[in-house]
Ligand binder design. Structure first.
Ligand code: DAH
Length: 338
């Protein structure tokens, strides 16, 4: 009769479903290989519950037998896969008793170290700290006002071309940028401190330019600033000469030549004698009166000097590194040499 058939059909397929629920729950709670074996015999063995269910199919009508038989066979396949998974999981997490060999020699854990840029930055800032300069840091995401305007580089100034700039919003050229140098900290430090000032400012800078062996789009700089009454160009030369001797050795020769930077007047670059050549290692100069005024200082009372250098370049000289891009490529073959 159609009605009783349907009832029976539903009941029998429910039994497949019930068996599935029971089997999965029992498999989940089997914790050892022995328990897994017991499960296998219970559900999948010759006298197990699945075999029992398949045997019971004989009592069904041919149509139902097909449907229920197919469901039961699918279940067998599923349970076999689940079972194999649990067996290999249990093998991989088991620690076989007695497998720890306490006589095996230990492996030395490898120690991390400071990044080569950090090392040279610390060495240089320490040299200046010993000469009375305090280390301060500033923001890498900077306002146009500090990166340019307060340093005597107004919007129309051609010197802005020297600094290929990453604007935070490249469409609007809004007033927020990634600092192109550490010089903005000159303005920030003066704005919130009274003279005398002696600071060094290490930190990352960014330039929107193509890279090559001597140019990277990110690099470190170390800025220096000294402001007080009566500071002269002789103080600048004496301080930077002493710096060179501390970093490169007591007989290091240096050379100053005129150069142009909008925030100093006069401006110079300093070179060191290196293997028979003169190599430029920093820009420097007497702080431009406008920069002092912009920060609220009386430029008839105070004078100062400023300088800026690239520590990676200094490390490249000393360690004969041919390509600045090594510093940020994160290759352990390079990094572990320091
Ligand atoms: N900010 C300059 C640059 O990135 C470097 C520099 C030159 C800094 C002269 C100074 C300075 O403080 O006086 O190219």
């Amino acid at each position: 009769m159609p009605e009783s058939r349907e009832t029976q059909d539903t009941q029998t397929s429910e039994t497949v479903e019930e068996l599935k629920l029971a089997a999965v729950a029992a498999l989940d709670s089997a914790e050892s290989e022995e328990q897994l074996e017991i499960w296998r015999v219970d559900f999948m063995g010759r006298k197990g519950r699945l075999t029992g269910l398949l045997r019971g199919l004989g009592g069904l009508e041919i149509d139902e037998r097909k449907i229920v038989g197919a469901a039961a066979n699918r279940l067998r396949g599923e349970l076999e896969v689940l079972f194999e998974g649990r067996v290999s999981q249990s093998r991989s997490t088991q620690t076989p008793v007695g497998s720890i060999d306490i006589t095996l020699p230990g492996r030395k854990p490898s120690l991390g170290g400071l990044h080569p840029s950090t090392q040279v930055v610390r060495e240089i800032t320490q040299a200046f700290n010993e000469m009375g300069f305090q280390t301060v840091e500033g923001p890498e995401v900077e306002l146009e006002k500090y990166n340019f305007d307060m340093l005597n580089i107004p919007a129309s100034h051609p010197a802005r071309d020297m600094f290929d700039t990453f604007w935070v919003d490249s469409d609007t050229h809004d007033d927020i940028l990634l600092r192109t140098h550490t010089s903005p900290m000159q303005a920030r430090v003066m704005e919130s401190n009274d003279p005398p000032i002696r600071v060094v400012v290490p930190g990352k800078c960014y330039r929107y330019e193509s890279t090559d062996a001597t140019h990277e789009w990110q690099f470190n700089q170390i800025e220096g600033l000294a402001v007080d009454e009566g500071i002269t160009f002789a103080d600048l030369k004496g301080t930077l000469y002493e710096f060179a001797r501390r970093i490169f050795g007591p007989s290091q020769k240096v050379r100053f030549r005129c150069d142009y930077f909008p925030f100093v007047e006069p401006g110079v670059d300093m070179s060191i004698e290196w293997k028979g050549d003169w190599l430029e290692i920093m820009g420097a100069g007497m702080v431009h009166p406008k920069v002092l005024e912009n920060a609220g200082y009386d430029s008839t009372k105070y004078t100062g000097f400023a300088f800026g250098m690239g520590p990676e370049r200094i490390s490249m000289l000393r360690n004969e590194i041919a390509d600045i891009r090594h510093f940020f490529a994160n290759d352990l073959r390079f990094l572990t040499q320091f």
